[in-house]
Design a protein around this ligand. Structure first.
Ligand code: GLU
Length: 509
């Protein structure tokens, strides 16, 4: 028997920016497809006009591209199952809703929002259970099950607004299995007759999603846990259409939780705790409110992807660093847990640090040079590469490098008072005066040679490293901080070192 080709999809609704949970869903789909030589499809689920946000689709596409997630089929990329934007598939859904109506699995409902509200209030006030439109309540509402066929037809013809609802059978178990959660069952009494076609003639998510997954031959539905409650309805829809045999397998991914583990990670948590929850910066087109993004915060996409992958998936080993190619080899849905995954912003920074260390100093210099030039300095790549090599293990982000390296470009104008009080000793000026005398003899002026000469100096004059090195550091950096002082001296060059020591000796009283 020919095995079914693995085909998965990421199906975002363009209702706003993509949350990191959404990126993780896309990523897991992408990895799963890659691992099984399958297809990964991007489908835009844009049938909810009320929630449609301009710019969200292009944001989603840009975010996926930034992460290195690519798709085989999708809007603008073509494929055998076009179009991949649901708003362009209206006729398809009309055809399938007629099939459900004909088979008696769906019905017209004419109730106004006020009537539905009244029904809900009544059930709630009389404590009659879940206030839903379902097997019992539908009998008291205005729909094609309670009206005569002639009345129904007359209402439709007169242009009265209506929706089409799924006719959920009463008191039946719906069984389905989930790769992550195992076997599940739900009684249909807990489900309501969800709207499948809205008054504007467009399908709801449920209808469009199931029809498209079927038509696009999706083999696995990998999506967020929030869609688990909708799955029984989807399973019923597959059954109504007679598609049970081709029903995709389901895998519902765990939630991403706040850093303290208490509830789902929200946009507000990010603002409150100072980390982004979106891959890219997002400007709300209505309010103008700007939310920060991982890209703009200086994260490398590889680090971001690595962080996200480990939020829910566990490789079964201690390994933490994975390239996207390795992930594609290793990833499996069986190793995705059910329990919510706590988001740890410090771990995200740690990953960025690791990737920064892995990159060549020259590559980082290409980024860092932009910052240096913004500060109105110029420097050769070779020199900047040396500087980067010296400070990169002290930072998590390229933009943090300036604070660690500014003194290579700007001589200190002032000196840290506190440091001076503690570390600028009475003997320091005299020692530095002597150092000035020997600097001209160091040949070549590089770190090993400087080190040798300074060591001899300390021995000869019985000077401690604490006094000499700290004194030099104060002169060159303005404070008792920074990387190896010999390296700093070598990069600054003899002339500059002399200038700075002389200035410090003149200035520090
Ligand atoms: N359009 C849904 C969303 O925005 C897709 C859910 C699914 O993958 O079935 O998340």
């Amino acid at each position: 028997m020919q095995e079914q080709k693995i085909r998965v999809r990421f199906a975002p609704s363009p209702t706003g920016p993509l949350h990191i949970g959404g990126v993780r869903t896309a990523l897991y789909n992408y990895l799963f497809a890659g691992k099984h030589n399958g297809d990964f499809i991007l489908r835009i689920e844009d049938t909810d006009l009320a929630r449609y946000i301009k710019g969200a689709e292009s944001y989603i596409i840009e975010a996926l591209k930034w992460c290195g997630i690519t798709w085989n089929e999708g809007p603008g990329s073509g494929g055998n199952y076009e179009p991949y934007r649901q708003s362009e598939r209206k006729e398809i859904y009309e055809k399938f809703i007629s099939i459900l109506l004909e088979k008696g699995h769906a019905y017209y409902a004419f109730d106004t929002p006020a009537e539905i509200e009244a029904m809900r209030n009544k059930i709630e006030s009389e404590n009659l259970g879940n206030p839903q439109y379902e097997s019992v309540t539908r009998k008291f509402m205005c729909n094609s099950l309670t009206l005569s066929p002639a009345e129904t037809e007359q209402r439709i013809k007169s242009g009265k607004p209506y929706v089409i609802r799924a006719l959920i059978p009463g008191n039946e178990q719906v069984h389905f299995s989930d790769i992550i959660r195992g076997k599940l069952k739900v009684n249909t009494l807990t489900l309501d007759d969800k709207v499948l076609l809205k008054a504007d003639g467009l399908p709801t998510y449920h209808l469009a999603n199931v029809v498209d997954d079927h038509l696009m031959k999706i083999s696995h539905v990998i999506r967020g846990e929030e869609w688990l409650p909708s799955t029984p309805l989807h399973v019923l829809l597959y059954r109504f259409f007679g598609w049970e045999k081709q029903m995709p397998e389901f895998a519902h991914l765990p939630l991403i939780l706040k850093p303290d583990g208490k509830g789902k990670l929200s946009k507000r948590d990010g603002e409150r705790l100072g980390f982004p929850v979106y891959p890219l910066m997002w400007k709300d087109p209505e309010t103008g409110e700007v939310s920060n993004g991982y890209r703009e915060s200086g994260y490398f996409p590889e680090a971001f992807v690595n962080t996200l992958t480990l939020l829910g998936w566990n490789p079964g080993t201690e390994q933490e660093m994975f390239s996207i190619d390795q992930l594609m080899q290793e990833f499996s849905l069986e190793n995705v847990g059910k329990a919510g995954a706590r988001f740890n912003p410090d771990k995200a920074k740690w990953f960025n640090h690791q990737y920064l260390l892995k990159k060549s100093s020259r590559d980082i210099a290409k980024e860092f040079i932009k910052i240096v030039r913004k500060k109105n300095h110029d420097v050769s790549y070779d020199k900047l590469t040396e500087i980067v090599a010296l400070v990169k293990d002290r930072v998590n982000f390229v933009h943090e490098m300036w604070d660690q390296a500014f003194f290579f470009f700007e001589p200190p104008k002032t000196f840290n008072e506190k440091t001076l009080k503690k570390k600028w000793k009475e003997k320091t000026p005299e020692i530095l005066d002597k150092v000035l005398e020997i600097l001209s003899g160091i040949e070549p002026f590089n770190a090993p040679e400087i080190s040798k000469v300074l060591n001899d100096f300390m021995q000869r004059y019985d000077v401690s490293a604490a006094i000499l090195m700290t004194g030099l550091r104060i002169c060159l950096v303005g404070d008792a901080k920074g990387p190896d002082i010999k390296e700093i001296m070598a990069i600054l060059g003899r002339e500059e070192v002399i200038k700075r020591i002389e200035f410090a000796l003149k200035t520090i009283k």
